[in-house]
Design a protein around this ligand. Structure first.
Ligand code: HEM
Length: 425
């Protein structure tokens, strides 16, 4: 542990700079500190208010009237390109940004959700299961004989990417493009890009728009059984169908929200099993559907890939004796909430027998509760089932090297994981 991380447990609260890359990558001690001593903390650098306790994160997620999801600097073109003319120039060649589900408040948010609600129904997920299973097997086939793999790029990334590409109706040959665009949207959302990085992200997002508009036009003429056709052709309550800009916003959210998060949970899941051999042994001895489901929920709680999400106060809010002024940017800190000892005793312990493990808020709460939660759960449950059938005794290739997490303000995940294993079949 570095000196800086070491000092977090005892330094004065005001010395904590939560957006420091080291703390973004390794926030655990800071989270415990903020939960205990500063549940409402304003970052001295960015000015963002950090809300860290479980009950507060749930309450703010349920109160969308006070904590709005509309963020001008993300979904408004003028806000996004502020101070960067090259970005404005690139964006002028594409479609305007429209705030839809994740970046919108009810009633508009609910209207947009209606277009895709039911997409991941239990029936459609049951039908998808063989595809998830065969994709998991196909990926494992490619590295099993080597006895080792880089689990992120060889399983964690391609599984959800292939599933969402099939759902969207894009061909396998375009997977590298989908991956590139996902990363551009995430980088843009993280608000941590320099000038050139902003321009590159804008170019990639423009490429995404032009690609999908062409596909959308095809689906308007010839609908297929995919999300793309559903989004472009749906008309709810006699409303007019969504226009291109609205469809693009919805599709980008489905693509981005569905990829990186599930990858992170799958990969951190393997690391958690390696670090907690007693828990690994429990699933090894009983790889039943119920046990794997408990494992998946505890992985989601501990890894919380969607660590923080923006909210903006629509009025002044008093919380724990602190006044957050109107129009302040806050973080709903899902990962921190999931590490709150008052809800999850000994919260840092990875324990798949925890009685309340399903109470985690890794998928958020309230109107914005994750659209893809059931899909992601299915991918993880089927993915781990196949993993336990075919691979055993996961271990780190270089145990002395600490696995690295990316320093991202919104998404928390490993940058890679080199593992060895024994082949079962
Ligand atoms: C482990 C995987 C995942 C995690 C941890 C996760 C987490 C979250 C969280 C915390 C929210 C709420 C954000 C907020 O309150 O502001 C959310 C919303 C959302 N998620 Fe996920 N998600 C995952 C997978 C997926 C997948 C697979 C999809 C799509 C297929 C998806 C699509 C969405 C969308 C569209 C929203 C916005 C819903 C709305 O605002 O109405 N997510 N997700």
């Amino acid at each position: 542990m570095t000196e800086m991380l070491d000092s977090i447990a005892s330094c004065p609260i005001s010395a904590i700079h939560p957006m420091h890359p080291e703390l973004l990558a390794c926030p655990y001690t800071m989270n415990q500190r903020l939960i205990a001593d500063a549940p409402v903390y304003q970052d001295p650098d960015s000015g963002i208010w950090f809300i860290s306790r479980y009950d507060d994160v749930v309450a703010m997620s349920m109160d969308h009237g006070t904590f709005s999801s509309v963020m001008p600097f993300i979904s408004n073109d003028a806000g996004r390109s502020a101070g960067n003319e090259e970005v404005a120039e690139v964006m002028s060649k594409g479609y305007p940004n429209v705030a839809t589900m994740l970046t919108q408040d009810p009633p508009l948010q609910r209207r947009y959700r209606k277009f895709v609600d039911g997409t991941f129904s239990p029936k459609s997920l049951k039908a998808l299961e063989p595809f998830i299973e065969s994709t998991s097997n196909m990926l494992i086939d490619q590295f099993i004989d080597a006895g080792q793999c880089e689990f992120l790029s060889e399983f964690g990334v391609p599984l959800p990417l292939r599933v969402i590409a099939a759902q969207l109706g894009t061909p396998v040959s375009d997977l590298p493009l989908l991956r590139k665009w996902t990363q551009a949207f995430i980088a843009n959302l993280s608000q941590q890009l320099d000038h050139d990085g902003q321009v590159q992200a804008a170019k990639d997002m423009l490429e995404f728009q032009l690609y999908f508009v062409e596909k959308m036009e095809q689906r308007r003429v010839q609908p297929e059984d995919d999300i793309l056709s559903k989004v472009v052709n749906a008309s709810i309550d006699g409303d007019k169908p969504l226009d291109n800009a609205e469809c693009l916003s919805m599709l980008s959210q489905i693509l981005v929200a569905g990829n990186e998060t599930t990858s992170s949970a799958l990969v951190e899941g393997i690391l958690l099993l390696i670090r907690n051999p007693d828990q690994y042994e429990l699933v090894r001895k009983d790889p039943s559907t119920e046990m794997i489901s408990n494992l998946v929920e505890e992985i989601l709680r501990v890894s919380s890939p969607s660590a923080n999400m923006f909210r903006r106060t629509t009025k002044a809010v008093e919380l724990h004796g602190v006044t957050i002024p109107e129009n302040s940017v806050c973080f709903a800190r899902f990962a921190s909430a999931n590490q709150d000892d008052s809800r999850f005793p000994d919260a840092m312990k990875f324990d798949i027998t925890r009685p309340n493990l399903k109470e985690h808020v890794a998928f958020g709460k309230g109107v914005h509760h994750c659209l893809g939660a059931a899909l992601s759960r299915r991918e993880m449950n089927v993915g781990f089932k196949v993993i336990f059938e075919r691979l055993a005794n996961f271990r780190l290739i270089e145990p002395e090297v600490e696995p690295v997490f990316a320093p991202n303000a919104l998404l928390h995940g490993l940058t890679g994981l080199q593992v060895g294993f024994d082949k079962i079949s």
